[in-house]
Design a protein. Sequence first.
Length: 253
Amino acid sequence: MAARRIIDEPGYILHSYAWSESSLILEVFTRGCGRVVLLAKGAKKPTSGFRPVLLPLQPLRLTWSVGGGEGEVHTLKAAEWAGGHVMPVGDALLSGLYLNELLMRLLARDDAHTALFDVYAGVVRVLGGGEHGEALEPVLRAFELLLLRHVGLLPALNRETATLAELRAEARYALVAEGGLRAAGAADRSALVGRQWLALQQALMTRGEYLAVLRACADIGAELKPQLRAVLQYHCGLPLLRTRQLLMDLQSL
């Protein structure tokens, strides 16, 4: 197979690890190619032009070669910062690394998700915008919902998953990892009423879905959080997400 090049592809680094004394392996989320693995030769050298550029949560333009017997690891040829915002800090940084870990766990390689990439890029811009406090809650919940939807792991939110019964506006329902959306029991303290689930479903079906979902999450982020985290952890598998464990460790200090 003849080698070819992908040129100036928008992308973000999700994770990097050492390949040799001087090189790095990069897990990258790109707009047109999905999640790809790139070898950045010499990136650890003090004189490498890659060193100040290959950072997570920064918009990049990437060029790499494909084919030529390299398998699924492609060789990075060029990387440029696309500009737009600074590196998130504090809780925003941890939130961004959490999103990166979700993408690493849930996206198959070489499977493009253009709309999800655009949502991720928008969220990262928000994270790089300074102090957020409680404003981060609906942003993260909206991304989690859209990620689950785009990878086919979110059930319809307008009916019970097992029975296909339509939701009643004032009845309480819980989203559970093994069974989807079901009538809430006494132990389901974070359950939402039917009209709230219906509003989320309508938002997910709206053109320009991110803003619609963000608005729908504005007042229910705290209730959504444990339900979505349980579903995400179930599909990510064991062990516990590293970023969640880090946050738990920091809160225990």
